[in-house]
Ligand binder design. Structure first.
Ligand code: MF3
Ligand code: CO
Ligand code: CO
Length: 269
């Protein structure tokens, strides 16, 4: 069952948490360059959320059943890594693409967002995959409106990814979020129109498509967290936390320096 949040002061707390998460990604942007380690990006994140934002990391020590505690304040997923990459001594090099995924807790509310970054100059394929994945996320967001269904979101994402010759990861999905990190509903990034749970005003969930340049199959590394493409093809992901409003959607994880939505697409409808 999906949680409904209607109380205006609760919604304001959720907005504030989500905006702080987005600020972390703004803050990290200038540091994502050849030569930096993912561990340094994590250290900068801890410093920023502690000293500037005064909020808590939702991921440090996060240990769902069957997982070891996650050590970082961000997930750093490079090239063929799909998600949940653990920050460490890995040095970024020119041409890498990397997803930085941050979740923070402010006032008991969780904000979760991720972006792709180019390290120096990306290959044509890396750029096309990254841009297509961004479009997929926004096509999913544009489906959000009371009366539409989760299947409508998944279908919009899947159709665009497949049209571009890419595949959609099925094992991980978007999720309800609010006073918990992960809750119902599961927001699959594939599906059939008109199927699945109907969207209602007050639902809050993430849309976070993971799109692979090659096949959709995944593998988990021995660290217990990092998910990679089985065929070692590139993978990209973008994530926003979204509120279903009476008239459509509101993107919650917004910030001054966030990448703009595609032409003609609003942050709120
Ligand atoms: N932020 C991720 C998500 O979008 C979850 C990361 S859990 C971690 O759901 F432990 F790997 F950090
Ligand atoms: Co998420
Ligand atoms: Co996330």
């Amino acid at each position: 069952m999906s949680v409904i949040v209607n109380d205006p002061s609760d919604l304001d707390k959720m907005r504030a948490a989500c905006r702080d998460a987005a600020k972390v990604l703004d803050y990290l942007t200038p540091f994502v360059k050849p030569g930096v380690t993912t561990g340094e990006l994590d250290r900068l994140t801890v410093e920023y959320i502690t000293d500037v934002l005064n909020v808590k990391s939702a991921t440090i020590g996060y240990a769902p059943p069957g997982y070891p505690p996650f050590p970082g304040a961000i997930c750093t997923s490079i090239n063929h890594q799909i998600c949940h990459g653990i920050p460490g001594d890995k040095v970024l090099k020119n041409g890498d693409i990397i997803n930085l995924d941050v979740t923070i807790i402010k006032d008991g509310w969780f904000g979760d967002t991720s972006r792709m970054y180019y390290v120096g100059e990306p290959s044509i394929q890396a750029r096309r995959l990254t841009e297509t994945t961004y479009e997929c996320m926004w096509l999913g967001i544009q489906q959000v409106k009371p009366g539409k269904t989760l299947g409508d979101i998944g279908h919009a994402i899947q159709t665009h990814a497949h049209d571009q010759g890419f595949s959609v990861v099925r094992e991980y999905c978007g999720h309800g979020i609010g006073q918990k990190f992960h809750q119902d509903p599961q927001v699959l990034h594939y599906g059939r129109p008109g199927t699945g749970e109907e969207l209602k005003a007050g639902m809050i969930f993430t849309i976070e498509p993971m799109i692979n340049a090659g096949r959709r199959d995944i593998r988990q590394l021995n660290d217990g967290w990092t998910i990679v493409t089985r065929d070692r093809s590139l993978s990209a992901q973008w994530e926003h936390s979204i509120l279903v409003t009476p008239t459509g959607y509101e993107v919650l994880t917004i910030s001054d320096e966030m990448p703009a939505p595609p032409a003609g697409v609003s942050l709120k409808t």
